[in-house]
Design a protein around this ligand. Structure first.
Ligand SMILES: C[S@@+](CC[C@H](N)C(=O)[O-])C[C@H]1O[C@@H](n2cnc3c(N)ncnc32)[C@H](O)[C@@H]1O
Length: 277
């Protein structure tokens, strides 16, 4: 049996009444009805799509509630909620949890940390807070960004989803002011390879690399890889994220020539590299 609006309209059109063409230029009441029905269907589909999205979000939220409920580190929850609610980071709580654990693991080294790709400064603020919570004192943190978004010179042809100037709604002055809460944070403005000479530290305990692009990621890995202390950790953001294929490509290229890291892949689109040799 045929059902549905289309089928119903086809029966109406096939009942012997004159077609729109036979009636002249006016579409006629049957065509109007079919258009109305199509519009109703489209509206219903739109509603359904919205409901499916809402349901997926609810499932994700409830899974996260169950998962984060198990983390009994109040300092983490406070610090993560603060930067998320301030709108200063694009990172969600799951990725912040990886950073928190990395900071806690390396803090005892007492070495400087670096973040390349800081945007509005929230993830750098979070890292500095994590060090404070771990060892009760600040550790030096270098913060690097163009503060004008992705540089044209670093976007490859095989990165069609990356846009020059994306993430430019920030500024050096604003981020410096926001991070001035921490005496040991230094903010460096510029494309990474042009400011790298200002990073005088020879050894690093933690590097958070969140630059989305293949070449930018590779530049960072080539600079920091050899400078990480044994036991130090590199966290690469957006690893295997569909919109940032360059991150995984850069990691593969770099790790093909450096076997001094253990690689850990949590379910957060991050790659955690632990310097072991
Ligand atoms: C996704 S955003 C960083 C998000 C940030 N970590 C957060 O928590 O919201 C990526 C940043 O990488 C920066 N970036 C990309 N390539 C860079 C390069 N070669 N030198 C400096 N900054 C770069 C962009 O300016 C952009 O602000």
């Amino acid at each position: 049996m045929t059902t549905g609006k289309g089928a119903h309209s086809a029966q109406v059109a096939g009942d012997g009444s004159p077609s729109a063409a036979e009636r002249g230029s006016s579409p006629g009441p049957d065509l109007d009805e079919r258009l109305d029905a199509l519009e109703e269907d489209a509206a219903r589909l739109g509603q359904l799509e919205g409901m499916v999205r809402q349901a997926a979000r609810l499932v994700k939220d409830s899974q996260e509630l169950v998962y984060f409920h198990k983390i009994r580190d109040e300092g983490f929850h406070r610090a993560a909620n603060e930067v998320i609610e301030s709108g200063r980071t694009l990172l969600e709580k799951d990725r912040l949890w990886t950073l928190w654990q990395a900071a806690k693991a390396v803090a005892r080294l007492g070495l400087p940390a670096v973040e390349v790709g800081s945007f509005k400064g929230g993830s750098a603020y979070f890292l500095a807070t994590a060090f404070l919570a771990a060892v009760g004192k600040e550790l030096p943190v270098h913060v690097v960004d163009t503060f004008e978004g992705h540089p044209a010179s670093k976007i490859g042809k095989d990165e069609p989803k990356q846009v020059v100037g994306q993430f430019s709604r920030t500024s050096y002055d604003d981020v410096r002011e926001y991070l001035s809460h921490f005496a040991k944070i230094k903010v460096h403005k510029g494309e990474f390879t042009t400011v790298v000479s200002k990073l005088k530290d020879e050894r690093y305990g933690l590097a958070h690399i969140d630059v989305d692009l293949r070449e930018s990621t590779l530049d960072c890995l080539e600079f920091f890889g050899p400078r990480m202390e044994r036991g130090g950790v590199i966290v690469l953001d957006d690893f295997q994220a569909a919109k940032c294929p360059g991150v995984e490509a850069a990691a593969e290229d770099y790790l093909a020539g450096d076997d001094s890291f253990q690689s850990w892949i949590p379910r957060t689109e991050q790659l955690v590299l632990i310097k072991v040799a």
